[in-house]
Design a binder for this molecule. Structure first.
Ligand code: F6P
Length: 518
């Protein structure tokens, strides 16, 4: 049985060689790399399904690639990938397997997954076709997903990303505990035609519980308890708590401990997606992700997209010491991709203790940020072009638009390609320093045929695997998130102090002073 290797990357031969190699290459301009290698554009690109991934505009050469691949081999990446897919307990600090990939594995289906998908299919079809009626006999018009973190970001991002495929249902999201936001949404809803999906793996998350209680109270102000069954369903692993809340077992969709919250959109957490775009499109999304899973497992590392992107990211993070990387999708429908990736990447790899329980002495999880192009060009691209920080950037663009609208798509794509070129090439201006562009700013371009459910599934799975590979290299546990617990505990005491108006509960003088100003 393969297990997770526990190798400190800095002790590998490759790491040391990469350090020496970095000294040789760190000042080399990308223009020189292109000048020295006429085949660079072809050699440093990967074509797979509807994806063309151009990595040639990165500050790497064949030696960098060779050493990064050696690093992958020395940290036993292959073994780590097998351990994950074979369901080993690779999330050791929580004693769990990590099998979100099984949710989309159509070649080897887990019976409980098949059953859950069937239930999701019937449920969403009933809602969409108007067979599921509210308590006054009216069909459902609005579906509200109530959840936070992984129980919100994935579904909300996908619903927007696939808005082109949407059904007649309006799908909305409540995540924040901010009462002003919740009441604002409730005021716009008709309780007779609204269905709430309460999504919480633990069913103990303060935000979701509070929001669910408030919503239930609002609903019961115009309906009887008996009506709850027509307007509330839940997605959770905690059956008991959901039932205590008032939702019966038949209205609960399952979650399992082998699916982490931030990787759960492929599970019943994606129920709002099924309602928003129809079950068939959801299944396409799963299939696209599964194809990427197969590519990740089987492609040689030199042609493996998630592995290539992860190793390049390690190169910038640990050798160029870049603190951040940007993601710029040239598709407004992907405007929630970055917040989604922020949870996926930063909750996974924001760790400072390695798999041996030792403090790490190298950088781990990078900061992910970004926004859609072309909007971002008119906001923060100045810093990318002329700032003092090096920000490796992923440009995501689609060859075909979803609908033809004049020459918009040509202009959108032109902007995307032009930015990567301008960042890389720069433009010398010795007379006017403020107009000088040094260039040599790295980027990766992901050109995808079309923003369809299948390609979106592949894209999201690509980023999931990328972050896993990075975690393997950094020798950290990517699948736990203990760092979110302390703030929750402290908030418990702070809430008590506020509700009881008792400042003596607060030990921190600065917090106490703010408390007194409330
Ligand atoms: O606090 C972080 C977290 O545990 C995330 O990992 C998770 O996605 C989110 O909270 C929501 O958790 P739950 O689905 O249990 O409500």
């Amino acid at each position: 049985m393969p297990s997770m290797p526990k190798i400190n990357p800095t002790t590998t031969k490759a790491w040391q060689a990469l350090q020496l190699h970095f000294e040789e290459i760190k000042e080399t301009h990308l223009l020189n790399l292109f000048a020295n290698d006429p085949n660079r554009a072809t050699d440093f690109s990967i074509e797979w399904n509807d994806f063309f991934v151009d990595i040639s505009k990165n500050r790497i050469n064949s030696k960098t690639r060779e050493l990064l691949l050696q690093l992958a081999s020395e940290v036993q990446l292959e073994q780590a990938i097998s351990a994950q897919f074979e369901g080993e307990t690779i999330n050791e600090t929580e004693n769990r397997a990590v099998l979100h990939t099984a949710l989309r594995d159509f070649s080897n289906r887990k019976p409980e997954v098949v059953q859950a998908l069937e239930k999701m299919k019937h449920f969403s079809n009933d809602i969409i076709q108007g067979n599921w009626k509210g308590h006054t006999g009216k069909p459902i018009k609005t579906v509200v997903n109530v959840g936070i973190g992984g129980s919100h970001l994935g579904p909300s991002m996908v619903c927007d990303a696939l808005s082109h495929y949407k059904t007649h249902l309006e799908v909305r999201f409540i995540s924040n505990i901010d009462g002003d936001h919740v009441s604002g949404i409730l005021n716009s809803l008709d309780p007779e035609t609204t269905l709430f999906i309460i999504v919480s793996k633990s069913f103990s998350t303060q935000e979701t519980r509070t929001n669910a209680d408030t919503i239930k109270k609002w609903f019961l102000s115009t309906a009887d308890e008996a009506a709850i069954k027509q307007h509330f369903v839940a997605v959770s692993a905690n059956l008991e708590e959901v039932q205590n809340f008032g939702i019966s077992e038949s209205h609960i969709f399952p979650m399992w401990d082998w699916v982490g919250g931030r990787f759960s959109l492929w599970s019943a957490v994606g129920l709002s997606i099924c309602c928003a775009v129809g079950y068939d499109h959801f299944e396409e999304l799963l299939k696209g992700a599964h194809e990427m899973d197969q590519h990740f497992q089987s492609a040689p590392f030199s042609e493996n997209i998630p592995v290539a992107l992860a190793l390049i990211s390690v190169w910038y993070n640990n050798f160029f010491r870049c603190e951040t990387e940007a993601v710029i999708p040239y598709a407004e429908a992907l405007h929630k991709l970055v917040p989604y990736l922020q949870q996926a990447v930063m909750e996974s790899n924001g760790k400072c203790v390695d798999r041996n329980g030792e403090a790490v002495h190298y950088q781990t999880g990078n900061i992910v940020w970004g926004a859609t192009g072309t909007n971002a060009q008119h906001a923060f691209f100045q810093l990318l072009h002329q700032g003092t920080k090096l920000v490796p950037t992923d440009f995501i663009c689609f060859a075909e638009p979803l609908q033809k609208t004049g020459d918009h798509h040509a202009k959108l794509v032109a902007n995307c390609l032009a930015q990567t070129e301008a960042l890389m090439e720069g433009k010398a201006n010795t007379k006017e320093p403020f107009r000088h562009f040094e260039g040599n700013k790295p980027s990766t371009t992901l050109l995808i045929k079309k923003l369809c459910p299948k390609n979106l599934g592949s894209l999201l799975a690509l980023y999931e695997h990328k972050l896993f590979v990075q975690g393997v290299v950094w020798n950290i546990y990517s699948y736990d998130q203990w760092g979110v617990e302390l703030g929750k505990q402290v908030a418990g005491t702070t809430l008590k102090a506020i509700q009881e108006e008792n400042g003596t509960l607060l030990k921190n003088s600065s917090t106490l002073l703010i408390f007194k100003k409330l």
